[in-house]
Structures are given as C-alpha cells and as structure tokens.
Ligand binder design. Structure first.
Ligand code: BGC
Length: 325
C-alpha cells in the first residue's frame, strides 16, 4: 500500500509540473504572437479593473485602438489601491509598451514614474484625472472643477429654502474628487441658504458610500441634501436612505450615468446626476496618442463633455439626447 502511494506521488509531481509550465509557455507564446500582429502596444492603467465606469473608458479606448491596429492592454488593481497602481505603471514601463494612458495620481511616486517612462521614450497621457505637474504629455477628461460647479448650480436651481448638504467623496487624495468638491463649494458659496455641513469618504465603493451616508444620517437629523461625487456613490446613498428611513427624504445628487444610477433617477430615488462621458475619454486618449506617433503634437488638455441629467432626460433607462446635443 505504502509503495503504491509513493509511486502515485512520484508520478503526480512531474505530471503537474508539466501541465503548469506547458500552460504558461503556451500562454506567453500566444500573447507574444497576438502582440506581433499589431503596430503598437498601448497600456491603459485603470483605477479598478471591474469598475463599470472604467469599463466604459476601456470600451472607447478599444474601439479607437482597433481602428489603428493598436494592441490595447487594460490593466490595474482589482479594487482601488495606490501602491498596486504605481507598481502596474512600473511594470508597463519595464514591458516597454509604446504608450501609457492612466488616471493621474497625486502621489509623488507618480511623477517619478512619468519621468521614468519619458526616459524610456514612452509617452504618458492622463485620463479622467489629471496631474499637470507630473510632466505627462496630455490630459483627456472632464473639467472637474466645472463639473463640481455645475453640481452646485443644479442644487441651487432645484431646491428651495435652507439646505444642509453632505457630500460623499470617492477618495480625498484624488485630484478629480477635490476639484469637484472645490467647484461645488464655489457655486454654493453664492447662496446663503445652502450650507455644506460634512464630507465623508466612500473609497469609491457602493458599500463605502452606504456606510458613510448611514453614519451621517445617524449623527445629524438636519440633512436635506446629499451629493455623491464618484460613480458608485449615488447607489450607496440611496441604499443608506432606504435603510435609515429619515422622516423626509433628502435631495440626492449623483455623479455619472451608469445604468444603475439612471434607473434610480427613473424611480425618483436620485433627483439628478452630473454626466461624464468615459467612452469618449477612452476613444479620444487613444486617438491623440496615435496622432502623437504620427508626429502630431497634441494639445495639453482635452476636456470631454459634462451635463446635468434628470428624469425628464431619460427614456427607457437611457439618456435621451435633446436636439442639437
Ligand atoms: C471618477 C473616477 C472614479 C470613479 C469611481 C468617477 O466619477 O471620475 O475617477 O474612478 O468615479 O467609481
């Protein structure tokens, strides 16, 4: 019996090693072969691989990449993680890709990596969030201060009487979030009846936004409006309101037009959202990067559209574009 077990183990070890390395070699060969078919290899370094907002950026980027025979690699952490994102950038530089498109970061190591990429002749574009001091080649995305300002104006126009507002912010160290908050504060500073009373962080997750909102509703009974500053915050805010059941439902202002947010607008759970166009961002960034390779110096800043979406702008769960838009 012991002999049998011994021989089975003896057989299994080399057999599993063969399977493992065989698969790895096959995978690497396959990847190398697919890269060879393309003219360029661009890396799109995301904030979170599975985040639906980033999936829209990927979708647009892939469409443009296809048109120019570019191999577009979409990489990054599963859930938001500064160190992992920086490591991914470093890995892409080491892989000697032809271009990097990434969310700008305020961490000083980001600047160092942009410089490192440039030393390797790899152009870098920021997308969705800028860091203009990093030395990146260009930025494609929303004018985040203006978008926040638009949110503030919307709250002024859509509410009456005294308002105590809380905001749920994705991450406090993200430049786009801070710019949106600054724009929002600037707009409401013109209206005495509206006061921002608290800011809490969601860590860009729906659950984080729900927790933060719940705590705020518990700690103060005077909240009349809640503004969610990143794409999943609106959904979390609604979840917390339905659990907490405040006597009067606050006015909810969200960010982005993910399908879940639009359906909550249709259900009157969210009153308005600030639209960004991530698919356009992805397309434009790849397009401009491609132009850079054709020796066309791109402009430093490419702002994509923003807008306010309310129930009247929706039809069957989608944004219904008005004439001329
Ligand atoms: C922001 C992104 C962020 C995403 C998170 C969007 O509103 O523009 O920077 O990664 O929300 O869900």
């Amino acid at each position: 019996m012991l002999r049998k077990i011994f021989f089975t183990i003896l057989f299994l070890i080399p057999f599993s090693l063969m399977l493992y390395y065989g698969k790895e070699t096959f995978y690497i060969d396959q990847q190398a072969a697919s890269e060879q078919m393309y003219d360029y290899h661009f890396a799109l370094v995301t904030e979170e691989v599975g985040n639906n907002y980033w999936r829209f950026i990927e979708k647009g980027a892939k469409q443009a990449a296809e048109q120019h025979n570019i191999y577009l690699e979409y990489v990054g952490p599963k859930v938001t993680d500064t160190d992992e994102r920086l490591d991914t950038l470093d890995r892409m530089i080491a892989a000697n890709v032809d271009a990097i498109i990434t969310k700008g970061m305020s961490d000083p190591r980001f600047r160092q990596l942009v410089q490192k990429a440039k030393e390797h002749n790899i152009p870098v574009a920021t997308i969705d969030t800028d860091n203009e001091t990093s030395g990146r080649d260009f930025y494609v995305g929303t004018d985040n201060f203006e978008a926040g300002y638009l949110a503030g104006k919307t709250l002024i126009e859509e509410t009456e009487g005294e308002q105590k507002v809380v905001t749920i912010i994705g991450l406090k160290d993200a430049q786009n979030q801070m710019e949106r908050l600054e724009g929002f504060e600037e707009a409401i500073s013109q209206e005495k009846r509206i006061e921002l009373v608290a800011v809490a962080e969601s860590n860009i997750t729906e659950l984080g936004a729900a927790d933060a909102t719940y705590q705020l509703l518990k700690s103060r009974s005077d909240i009349t409006a809640i503004f969610g500053i990143s794409a999943l915050d609106g959904m979390g805010i609604v979840q917390a309101i339905s659990e907490f059941q405040p006597t009067t439902s606050p006015y909810v202002l969200a960010f982005d037009i993910l399908p879940e947010t639009l359906s909550l607008i249709e259900d009157d759970k969210i009153q308005a959202t600030i639209a960004q166009y991530p698919e356009e961002m992805g397309k434009k960034a790849v397009e401009e990067m491609y132009q850079l390779y054709q020796n066309d110096q791109p402009e430093q800043i490419h702002h994509t559209k923003t807008g306010v979406i309310m129930k009247e702008d929706l039809m069957n769960g989608e944004v219904f574009l008005k004439e001329g838009e």
